[in-house]
Design a protein around this ligand. Sequence first.
Ligand code: NAD
Ligand code: TYD
Length: 366
Amino acid sequence: MKNCIIVTGGAGFIGSNFVLDWLAQSEDPVINLDKLSYAGNLENLASLQGDPRHVFVQGDIGDRALVDGLLAQHQPRAIVNFAAESHVDRSIHGPEAFVQNNIVGTFHLLEAVRAYWSGLEAPAKQAFRFLHVSTDEVYGSLGKEEPAFTEQHAHEPNSPYSASKAASDHLVRAWHHTYGLPVLTTNCSNNYGPYHFPEKLIPLVIVNALAGKPLPVYGDGQQIRDWLYVRDHCSAIRRVLEAGRLGETYNIGGWNEQANLTIVRMICGLLDQFQPRADGKPYQDQIAFVTDRPGHDRRYAIDARKIERELGWKPAETFDSGIAKTVQWYLTHQDWVAHVQSGAYRDWLSTQYGATSPAVLVTGAP
Ligand code: NAD
Ligand code: TYD
């Protein structure tokens, strides 16, 4: 397909936002390769039904024959690799899937892409890009006063998830240095927004609050994350794909550090305004402090000056505007929420939070 790109993991949270955003702004078709794990959801892409610019293929990035065939058939000008297992808590319960999908899967994808790229004619070969989507978690944890992560920060991953992402970043880097593969890597901070699977903090809190369930805050709730609205992440990836320097890494973030407890309280405040509880009490009453995550990273913060300086990218949303939009989105998409809360989702909640999910181990302020 002329000028098409292959997006992997395009039925997940960020990947589906990226595909929707891409096709809203470009005529270039998207081949969407996703294995549809528990986190992949074709409902996210329902608005593209019948659109010939979107071709969905269910499959694994580690399936060499399938990926070879897709590359040969569609002759893409770029690959954007979102496909990964992405939840830290799941990586603690079952790290093997993270090694398989994130490391071994990326290895097979790189090998397929290398073979395809090697055989391209000079102009197509020069224009080709492999963009690997990664996370700030590869840099490890920051102390309170330490400066934000720059691209020079060493990889010091602490969880099985971040270790698997760091390993995939290293493979991508090596395929550039050794084989000349034209790669770009982005390391982004925590995303939030529509289609976020409700196992992650922000959607979990919204969904539990509305269901009258406890809002589980790990440990003292003072861990810090640097939040970026998902569509801003998508615009940054588009910009890096368009103009990023080959072999470079770009950090993506919105300069928005917040403690978890602050986020939970903000969401409660917004729900108090948009959909007050029937009993008139504040949603904050549902906050429950629970046992901390093992090896919990204390603070992430992204220094996003390089992408701003070199590529002129800046986020469009503030946290206030983005979180209000997000809460509204969940309020108006209760069907989507109901559909993702399958049996498998309920099983996860009881694995992670206990049988009465979520188990309230400690209540009240720490
Ligand atoms: P997600 O878990 O919502 O979606 C991942 C998607 O990848 C799912 O649709 C899943 O079916 C698919 N997938 C997994 N393994 C696959 C495989 N082997 N082959 C094909 N498809 C596969 O994750 P997300 O939050 O959308 O994250 C997407 C990417 O962005 C990941 O690489 C993640 O590390 C990175 N990232 C996420 C965040 C965040 O805050 N969520 C921040 C920075 C970077
Ligand atoms: P999460 O959304 O899982 O993203 P990540 O671990 O990749 O940063 O978690 C965000 C923060 O919220 C993290 O510090 C863990 C914390 N958290 C809770 O306090 N309670 C929860 O139920 C969840 C899922 C996360």
